[in-house]
Design a protein around this ligand. Structure first.
Ligand code: PLP
Length: 405
């Protein structure tokens, strides 16, 4: 089982990003961790080996990534998986038929789909609740509740959950608090410091940051819990290949630098969008107009590059999606390049239309993942994409103000 190098935890974030989990390779002193392309390891004699037996259980490249991200999150053990969804699926194997999980009602569509369309059939019970209010989480707790899973900020509605309050509720029930930290990254949000038991990521997103692999990772602090996850990882086998592990590891070296630019671009674009469509239509946790901005400020040290904007109709959304150029129309997020997407028909298409409508994932909702390009070019791109956009029914606040209404 992979454990952080304790000395890495004494370093600052940027130093951990570059070095944690990695040591010069013993043969030639290569500064970069090699890609260990092997499925097995030669054993010296029966029962004697170098700590590696078969690569499903352990691979040195994967271990370097696991140690690195565990150090970035301030945890002790990391477990890399073949995707973010592979991570959630493996974590759910900590539970069994009859167990109850409370999940935020607005999470990535694939997470909802896994719970609602697959794991329910295995006798697991899920309650999807609005976790913005801790009292809703508390009210959903049952005798058989074993975990609370929250995604904060949430995809795509940018809802914020009070991590400390959720941890207190979970622990009063001897349940685990599991936090999807994909949107904020450990640069801006540190769930372990607020009581989380498990932190996970789709490494496909900010951690890798270059849109060239699919992966996931779970981090824990507790040794007994780590043993159980290692068992699941090896037994169920949803592990990433060494090259994908290496790509993610190369990505984390610059995570702190990239996040600064994602954050400053996010802020600039969110305030430009406010001028276009009014603050009530722009969902960005860094805006003072965001209904949970105070909570976001309390538990995050930056706000990142994820913004959703309500344009009112699919026609208006499509106008912008079709014309954007520097923002590429694509699923995913967190890469150096800016992306624009339509959650209702892309990332959240697997959520039933009625449920989407109830949550507020409308046909007019557009999600932006602000990359690290020059802010002037991103703003100019949006300027031309919004040009000529059909008028909103009744007009947005800004349009009404312009018309003197
Ligand atoms: C917040 C969040 N968690 C988990 C996932 C799933 O990750 P993956 O696509 O790597 O399976 C995603 C994917 O978009 C996501 O946005």
């Amino acid at each position: 089982m992979t454990r952080v190098f304790d000395e890495d935890l004494t370093q600052g974030f940027g130093t951990r990003a570059v070095h944690a989990g990695q040591r010069p390779e013993p043969l030639a002193g290569a500064i970069m961790t090699p890609v260990y392309l092997t499925s097995t390891y030669v054993q010296e004699e029966l029962g004697r080996n170098k700590g590696y037996e078969y690569a499903r259980g352990k691979n040195p490249t994967r271990e370097a990534l696991e140690r690195n991200v565990a150090a970035l999150e301030g945890g002790t053990h990391g477990f890399a998986f073949s995707s973010g969804m592979g991570t959630v699926d493996s974590l759910m194997k900590l539970f069994r038929s009859g167990d109850h999980i409370i999940c935020g009602e607005n999470v990535y569509g694939g997470t909802f789909r896994l719970f609602d369309k697959i794991l329910r059939h295995f006798g697991m019970e899920f309650s999807f609740v609005d976790t913005r209010r801790p009292e809703n989480i508390k009210a959903a707790v049952k005798k058989n509740t074993r975990a609370i899973l929250v995604e904060t900020p949430s995809n795509p509605l940018m809802r914020v959950t009070d991590i400390q309050a959720a941890a207190d509720i979970a622990h009063a029930q001897k349940a685990l608090l599991i936090v999807d930290n994909t949107f904020a990254s450990p640069v801006f949000q540190r769930p372990f410091e607020m009581g989380a038991d498990v932190v996970y990521h789709s490494t496909t997103k900010y951690l890798n940051g270059h849109s060239d692999m699919i992966g996931g990772i779970a981090i824990v602090k507790d040794d007994a819990l780590a043993e159980r996850i290692q068992f699941i990882l090896n037994a169920a086998g949803a592990v990433p290949g060494p090259f994908d592990s290496w790509l993610a590891l190369r990505g984390t070296k610059t995570l702190h630098l990239r996040m600064r630019q994602h954050d400053s671009n996010g802020r600039a674009i969110a305030s430009w969008l406010v001028d276009q469509v009014g603050a009530e239509s722009v969902m960005y946790v860094g805006l003072t107009s965001h209904p949970q901005h105070d909570l976001a400020r309390r538990q995050m040290s930056g706000f990142g590059g994820m913004i959703s904007v309500e344009l009112g109709t699919k026609e208006r959304a499509n106008h912008v999606l079709k014309r954007a150029r520097v923002f590429s129309l694509a699923e995913s997020l967190g890469g150096v390049e800016s992306l624009i997407s339509h959650p209702a028909s892309m990332t959240h298409a697997s959520v039933e239309p009625e449920r989407r409508a109830k949550l507020g994932i409308t046909e007019g909702l557009v999600r932006l993942s602000c990359g690290v390009e020059e802010p002037e070019d991103l703003l100019a791109d949006l300027e031309q994409a919004f040009h000529g956009i059909p008028r909103a029914a009744g007009g947005s606040k800004r349009e009404k103000a312009a018309a003197g209404r």
